[in-house]
Design a protein around this ligand. Structure first.
Ligand code: NAD
Ligand code: TYD
Length: 334
């Protein structure tokens, strides 16, 4: 690929992906279309801003004329842009439906018109819903349970329909929970690391025994690149780190790493409709030659150190709109 359009490239995974792709492919040109919502942050890509192969466009994926104007010469679209936080979707689903569903439609339509060679629809393991005892396979039914995961499931299947109906070469990675640098501090790991650094309480929902399968963001970026290059048309690929942990285990790992006391753990009211466990069977993408290269222990240590060393990055994010959201939604401080 010579030129790709990345949407949502100023967010957590998108910024890690753009950095990875520019490093890996010296001749690649990247256009980053990002609305810069509360979750989008130009600082995430400060180090690549001056690279002549990189172009940033501030704008909305729902803006049909803008998307249309960016398409000439684009060979592949890697579509990360989304409203991505389950708790916000519970409080106010509107933007999730607009961006995650309608925005995906706008991109698919433009891609179809321009004969894009590859459309990577970034999906999520949350589209399967919760499982107590098995691991999800790509052929399992989708049972999303939050407005966030339902909007992602809609986009996931809409993208698939563009392969079946129009032969737009779509590929759909469904990854598990990512962690690593530049993750907005509303998600479990960066919220708890930054709270613990400041000796603030860590608000564990319910009994803290919900399970997520954690993947280091760099491993996910490699998986996205692999399915972009080698994934089958219309195919779905589960991308999981193979690190199932309860939220309490994650919390204790963070506290141990920072040398902070477990007395910071505070059990708070559970999330509405809180999925108990996500777990993925990753045999299919392993068959393409991918496997995670980072151990959970080492990558968590690096991640905690990154937040410890980059206070200037997250400190200003934990103010203003962020505080208002917490007070409104949880009736408490984050
Ligand atoms: P994020 O919230 O950190 O970033 C989202 C980015 O999209 C932001 O830069 C934001 O400004 C941009 N954006 C939002 N609405 C937009 C719009 N209408 N037009 C243009 N840009 C817009 O999200 P993330 O954690 O980096 O997740 C990226 C993608 O990966 C999402 O599609 C998400 O569903 C998916 N995903 C995330 C995880 C995870 O653990 N974070 C796991 C599986 C899948
Ligand atoms: P989150 O990072 O929001 O990701 P997702 O809900 O998409 O998996 O949450 C991860 C887990 O951590 C989830 O089970 C909810 C829980 N959680 C807490 O216990 N407290 C918190 O403050 C947050 C943000 C999440």
């Amino acid at each position: 690929m010579k030129k790709i359009l990345v949407t949502g490239g100023s967010g957590f995974i998108g910024s890690n992906y753009i950095r990875y792709a520019l490093n890996r492919y010296p001749a690649l040109k990247v256009v980053n279309l990002d609305k810069l919502t509360y979750a989008g942050n130009p600082e995430n890509l400060r180090d690549v801003e001056a690279d002549s192969r990189y172009r940033f466009v501030k704008g909305d994926i729902c803006d049909e004329a803008l998307v249309e104007s960016l398409m000439p010469g684009i060979e592949a679209v890697v579509h990360f842009a989304a409203e991505s936080h389950v708790d916000r979707s519970i409080g106010k689903p509107d933007d999730f439906i607009r961006t995650d569903v309608f925005g995906t439609f706008v991109l698919l339509e433009a891609s179809r018109r321009h004969g894009v060679q590859r459309f990577v629809q970034i999906s999520t393991d949350e589209v399967y819903g919760s499982t107590d005892d098995s691991k999800f396979r790509e052929t399992d039914p989708l049972m999303p349970s939050s407005p966030y995961s339902a909007s992602k499931a809609a986009a996931d299947r809409l993208a698939y329909s563009y392969w079946v109906t129009y032969k737009l070469p779509v590929v759909i990675p469904r990854s598990s929970n990512n962690y690593g640098p530049f993750q907005y501090p509303e998600k479990l790991i960066p919220l708890f690391v930054t709270n613990a650094i400041d000796d603030k309480p860590l608000p564990v929902y319910g009994d803290g025994l919900n399970v997520r399968d954690w993947i280091y963001v760099a491993d996910n970026c490699e998986a996205v690149d692999l399915v972009l290059q080698k994934g089958g048309d219309g195919e779905v690929y589960n991308v999981g780190g193979g690190n199932e942990r309860t939220n309490l285990e994650i919390t204790k790992t963070i506290l141990r790493e920072l040398g902070k006391p477990e007395s910071l753990i505070t059990h708070v009211k559970d999330r509405e409709g809180h999925d108990r466990r996500y777990a993925l069977d990753t045999a299919k993408i392993r068959g393409l030659g991918w496997q995670p290269r980072h151990s959970f222990e080492a990558a968590m240590r690096d991640t905690v150190s990154w937040y410890r060393d980059n206070r200037a990055w997250w400190d200003k994010l934990k103010s203003g709109e962020y505080l208002e959201f917490y007070k409104r939604h949880y009736q408490r401080e984050p």
